[in-house]
Design a protein around this ligand. Structure first.
Ligand code: PMP
Length: 368
């Protein structure tokens, strides 16, 4: 038989490890309560659900420029809508940022233990990922700055960071920005910004307003409870927004997504409740895990809607994940990201967190 020919993947695409989403099923096919994807346990604002249900014109393309959504975002955040771009989730914008500003031969810099999409976004454009060492699982600004080279084109920082939950305060973020050459794009990924206390620390929005080389991105997937609608947005200087607009999908945000997002922005009570719920339950959960310190469990400080728990004693992260699955809970084990000893656990409802903490205690006490 003649040998079959098939299209050949580009070598830089072959080098990519596909994004591995959190599981929602146990090995035996049972559905699990998902504390593995940092979704909002309170669901979605009723106003957003209503607006989404009323948006019925599926035969027509949506507004290609998400005009109403950008206006509402501009109003809420005091930003000129011309400085805003919306995306199919913030994922799309992170990918576009690399595509627009880096290519083969260029470097994209980010910290170890940061969001796995940065690596994929870099490699798919043929650019070279450069990973800075962490400091106590958080961002080390000096290490990052030390790795900036003439080939660096884009720098990513997630603030708060996923999967560690760490947060760079305003002055540290400003120091990172000040140390970068003016022609390097700094992407401040604020997917979890709305969870941060104090609420007046904007996590980098002011930098994006003041400089030509900063893009801040946010999402409706987390505190706004609209992960399924895939809506994200970014803000920065007109030159950056224009570059992303050239290459984004022409109708990249669905009609239901635009309508639901506008309504969600109008329900800031829901946002406040979600933030408060998260603060209270995260604190309670962290205290319960800290009490298991003698068994080697260590929660990392988190400003986000999840906690990374390290397992440094007899109970391994892997065994803990299995035990939690047996009780019906999916959490995120991240061996592929250099964290075989960690489980990232989304803050769920009060009852869910009680069961998770009690299960971990039982397992930790039984392990030897
Ligand atoms: N940035 C970070 C740090 C995230 O954790 C996520 C979601 N996992 C995203 C961006 C992307 O979210 P979305 O595409 O749903 O906006």
């Amino acid at each position: 038989a003649t040998p079959q020919k098939a299209p050949r993947m580009k070598p830089w695409i072959e080098a990519i490890h596909a994004y591995a989403p959190g599981k929602s099923k146990a090995g035996d096919g049972r559905s699990l309560i998902k504390l593995s994807a940092n979704e909002n346990p309170l669901g979605t604002s009723p106003a957003a659900l209503e607006a989404r249900a009323e948006a019925v014109m599926p035969s027509l393309y949506p507004d290609p420029d998400s005009t109403g959504l950008r206006e509402k975002l501009g109003e809420l955040h005091s930003i000129d809508p011309a400085r805003i771009v919306c995306g199919t989730g913030s994922d799309e914008l992170l990918n576009l940022a690399v595509q627009a500003f880096a290519g083969p031969g260029d470097e994209v810099l980010f910290s170890r233990f940061s969001f796995s999409v940065y690596d994929i976004a870099t490699r798919r454009c043929g650019a070279t990922p450069v990973e800075a060492p962490d400091r106590d699982f958080g961002t080390d600004v000096d290490a990052m700055l030390g790795l900036v080279s003439e080939r660096t084109r884009v720098v990513f920082i997630a603030n708060p960071n996923n999967p560690t939950g760490s947060y760079l305060p305003q002055d540290e973020l400003a120091r990172l920005h000040a140390g970068l050459p003016a022609d390097v794009l700094l992407v401040i990924d604020q997917a979890y910004a709305e969870y941060v206390a104090p609420e007046d620390d904007d996590g980098g929005m002011a930098l994006a307003a003041a400089h030509e080389n900063v893009l801040a991105t946010r999402t409706f997937s987390k505190i706004y409870g609209l992960a399924g609608e895939r809506v994200g947005w970014g803000t920065g200087a007109p030159g950056i927004i224009a570059a992303l607009n050239r290459i984004r999908g022409p109708f990249n945000v669905t009609l239901t997504g635009q309508k639901a997002a506008v309504a969600a922005l109008g329900d800031q009570d829901f946002v406040r409740n979600s933030r408060l719920h998260n603060q209270v339950e995260r604190q309670r959960f962290v205290e319960r895990i800290e009490a298991l310190g003698n068994h080697g469990l260590r929660p990392l400080p988190s400003e986000a809607n999840f906690v990374l728990v390290l397992f440094e004693g007899a109970l391994s992260a892997e065994a803990a994940a299995e035990g939690l699955a047996d009780r019906g809970f999916a959490v995120r084990h991240l061996p592929g990201q250099g964290l075989p000893q960690g489980l990232r656990i989304t803050i769920g409802t009060q009852q869910q967190m009680e069961i998770v903490a009690a299960t971990l205690r039982e397992m930790a006490e039984a392990a030897r």
